[in-house]
Design a protein around this ligand. Structure first.
Ligand code: RIB
Ligand code: CA
Length: 312
């Protein structure tokens, strides 16, 4: 059983990642969800996180609001992909559940300190602002965490928000630099692996055939959010990013990875947010991240659908 805090900017793909985790209660114990500004502003990501726990009939799970902006930069959002609410597609009711009192960064710190060493994992699905703020406020948690498993970055697949950078890192590169320098045990799932996880019509249909509320919502989410990427890439399906984190937590054996050095570009206007991955070991920089380069897409989608099917 893995104890997991989700730090997230839902976002349709974040939603699928969280729903699949909630469908895996025997393997993932979701300790809480912390919203961060990213795909859309914080008030939407926090509200969407509440809608998700209600969709899964799990409003016992605490949801907190975290940072409403990056460390130093102006917030860049992605309504063009996710819609005005960030969770356009399904008709999910406004939540009756309320956010918990307190800041999400303090929830992260308190939860990591309250649990045994190396027992809590942060699954980071958005910009790393909250994670970095927690590490800066409580440096001890970097070593105390079991791991940070994050969707973000790109190397061979280059960028998706600029030619050089992936969105989550681009939004707050200074936060990413703090996390990658923290000494925490980091596993990154970059565009290099997520671009191979394409939500083709048959894979979306597998969610539709489940026949429960969650399956119908996931189908509507993916159908909405694929539009932009299908036009951009011209592929047979849009890449499904954040659910790769949940799939990795459940079945790391479905993925191929390498322990390497990754540095974050923060100075250049042209390449801000680029994850400079020393994949071929051409420097003597310390290895600070497990870089997941590929995975078994059929098995990942089957796993996600099987877990969403366990929800109401
Ligand atoms: O680049 C993809 C990432 O940016 C995903 O986490 C998506 O939800 C957006 O946050
Ligand atoms: Ca996300």
């Amino acid at each position: 059983m893995r104890k997991v805090i989700f730090d997230t900017d839902p976002g349709q793909d974040d939603a699928v990642a969280i729903l699949a985790a909630l469908g895996s209660p025997g393997e993932i114990d979701v300790l809480g969800i912390v919203a961060v500004a990213g795909n859309i502003p914080l008030h939407h990501t926090a509200n969407n996180a509440l809608r998700l726990v209600e969709l899964a009939d799990r409003d016992d799970i605490p949801v907190f609001a975290g940072a409403d902006r990056p460390f130093t930069r102006r917030l860049v959002t992605a309504e063009h992909v996710h819609g005005a609410t960030g969770l356009d597609g399904p008709d999910l009711p406004q939540p009756s559940a309320r956010l918990r009192e307190g800041h999400g960064v303090d929830f992260i710190i308190d939860t990591v300190r309250r649990n045994p060493e190396k027992s809590v994992t942060i699954a980071a699905l958005g910009p790393l602002t909250n994670v970095a703020l927690a590490i800066l406020k409580a440096p001890d948690i970097a070593e105390r965490l079991e791991a940070i498993v994050m969707m973000g970055g790109a190397y061979f697949e280059v960028g998706n928000i600029t030619p050089a950078a992936e969105f989550n890192i681009y939004v707050d590169p200074e936060a990413a630099a703090v996390v990658f320098a923290s000494g925490a045990d980091i596993t990154m799932l970059p565009l290099d692996v997520t671009h191979g996880m394409r939500a083709t019509p048959s894979r979306i249909d597998a969610f539709r055939r489940i026949g429960n509320k969650a399956g119908a919502a996931v189908t509507a989410m993916l159908t909405f959010s694929e539009t932009y990427d299908l036009q951009k890439f011209g592929w047979d399906g849009a890449p499904l990013h954040d659910p790769c984190v949940t799939a990795f937590l459940l079945r790391p054996d479905l993925f191929e990875s390498r322990h390497i050095n990754v540095e974050i570009e923060t100075a250049s206007a042209l390449t801000r947010g680029m994850t400079v991955a020393d994949y071929w070991g051409v420097t003597d920089r310390a290895k600070n991240a497990v870089f997941v380069r590929s995975g078994d897409a059929d098995a990942v989608f089957a796993l996600l659908a099987e877990r969403v099917a366990r929800l109401p």
